[in-house]
Design a protein around this ligand. Structure first.
Ligand SMILES: [Mg+2]
Length: 258
């Protein structure tokens, strides 16, 4: 049973009061509103300041589907731990990890990228993001019939590529992703981090807005708490309505714990 935070953050704040907190935060749709083109989802200066203050007080990890390089570039705070590619790449001042998807999966990924480059040329406004160990196809500005047609054509290409079994297709909010078949996800990365350095023995709070974040929620279950951004979600302990509420919540946590 997930509880609504729109009436105030007090129920959550009282549970973390005495805890040594570790924050696991998604980026798009959680810290910043989702942009039609992911390149435009810039971190506002005020959010950057808030993250700096949080990272001075708690352990903070940003856990995203973006590539590690892109994520670090967008946030740019040294003390933070960055998790890119849904957990496949991890980098912090104390440790780094890169999941090896293997040569054959890598080759399939690049052939899929080549075919999808042709597809997005046919559909203006769609975006292909090719990352080191995965790729994402964004179609936020398509709707109705064109969305259906585009999705069908994309799936046809991806299902063909994935029949050999090295990669798998996953989805989210108007996004199709091609990732390694290996069952390593945001939740695996969160667990891995929680066993390391100053993250050991912390109380994790995981905040995210999409299907892939639910793996992280499961990883903190019984150890900490989770918040889904954007409405009710059964798998989360709490939910709030938007990235603006996430920022309010983080400010309230900072205030409560300072
Ligand atoms: Mg997100």
């Amino acid at each position: 049973m997930s509880r609504d935070l729109s009436g105030g953050f007090q129920p959550l704040l009282s549970l973390i009061k005495e805890k040594r907190l570790a924050l696991f935060l998604d980026y798009d749709g959680t810290l910043v509103p989702i942009a039609e083109d992911p390149a435009n989802a810039v971190l506002p200066e005020s959010t950057c300041r808030l993250l700096k203050r949080l990272s001075g007080r708690f352990k903070v990890a940003i856990v995203s589907g973006r590539s590690l390089k892109d994520l670090k570039y967008r946030v740019g705070i040294e003390e933070i731990t960055y998790v890119g590619n849904h957990g496949m790449e991890i980098s912090s001042p104390a440790f780094t990890m890169r999941f090896d998807i293997g040569r054959r999966a890598g080759a399939e990924l690049s052939s899929a990228a080549n075919e999808l480059r042709g597809l997005i040329l046919k559909w203006p406004g769609t975006v292909l993001e090719v990352k080191e160990v995965s790729l994402s196809l964004h179609y936020k500005n398509l709707s109705g019939e064109s969305e259906k047609l585009f999705y069908g054509e994309a799936r046809e290409i991806l299902d063909r590529v994935t029949t050999r079994g090295f990669l798998r297709v996953t989805g989210g909010k108007k996004i199709i992703e091609l990732r390694s078949r290996a069952l390593w996800h945001k939740g695996s990365a969160v667990k891995w981090i929680m066993g390391r350095g100053e993250f050991k023995d912390t109380f994790p709070l995981s905040i995210g807005d999409d299907l892939t974040d639910i793996d992280a929620f499961r990883a903190v279950k019984g150890k900490g708490l989770s918040v889904f951004v954007g409405g009710y979600e059964e798998e989360a302990d709490y939910y709030c309505d938007s990235p603006a509420s996430t920022l309010e919540m983080l400010s309230a946590i900072l205030l409560e714990k300072s």
